[in-house]
Design a protein around this ligand. Structure first.
Ligand code: TMP
Length: 210
């Protein structure tokens, strides 16, 4: 079976950390090779850029912020994602290019066309096989962000910003439903777990009854 590239995305506070553990458990249970990584980050350069991008002390223009996200992404693709996929190892990335469309595009107003130019240049035809989009109402996201000890540069943004980010994610998912699984993560833990397991079963052709 060809290795799959899976991404997990959603607004801050959507519950990615909990659901990453669900995905980890699923891969362990099915004994499938997998590599977990994240964006921005995933390489020494990417992690250094992440520290800059998330630091509230950083002053950066929208264009530069977007270029740095894609610079980190290119290194991540070359050093981590593409080699793993070509070795037959599935890759799960905590965020990918959907986050650029949602945060720099929806949140900050950069036109999609400009992001698409960078997407094509940096990724060529590579797109995730599956994007699990975790969705929660804005109030839930804001409450969870409020609970974090130190807010990063993005978490300090306004409710209006996160409304636009959420809408951009949902718009993208609605425009390409074959690639996205939108999961309402504001429900009972076991229900969300079951839904994510079902999505992975489907993508990997696992027969539940077997
Ligand atoms: P997280 O690891 O807690 O999700 O933090 C990463 C932050 O970076 C999050 O607020 C979303 C933001 N981000 C962008 O703005 N654009 C991007 O392309 C990526 C990958 C992340």
């Amino acid at each position: 079976m060809l290795a799959k590239f899976i991404t997990l995305d959603g607004i801050d506070g959507a519950g990615k950390t909990t659901q990453l553990n669900v995905i980890r458990d699923w891969f362990a249970a099915h004994r499938l090779p997998v590599l977990f990584t994240r964006e921005p980050g995933g390489t020494p350069l990417g992690e250094a850029l992440r520290a800059l991008l998330l630091s509230p002390a950083t002053q950066v223009s929208l264009h530069t912020e977007t270029l740095l996200m894609f610079a980190a992404r290119r290194q991540h693709l070359e050093d981590v994602i593409l080699p793993a996929l070509s070795r037959g190892v599935n890759v799960v990335s905590d965020r990918f290019t959907d986050a650029t469309f949602a945060y720099q595009g929806g949140g900050r107003g950069l036109p999609d066309g400009q992001i698409e130019i960078l997407e094509n240049w940096v990724q060529g035809s590579l797109k995730p096989d599956l994007t699990i989009l975790l969705d929660v109402p804005l109030e839930v996201s804001l409450q969870r962000i409020e609970r974090s000890r130190e807010k990063d540069r993005f978490e300090q943004e306004t409710a209006d910003f996160f409304t636009r980010v959420r809408e951009a994610y949902l718009r993208r998912a609605a425009a390409a439903p074959e690639r996205y699984a939108v999961v309402d993560s504001n429900r009972d833990k076991a229900v969300v777990r079951g839904e994510i397991e079902g999505v992975l079963d489907g993508v990997f052709g696992v027969d539940k009854a077997a």
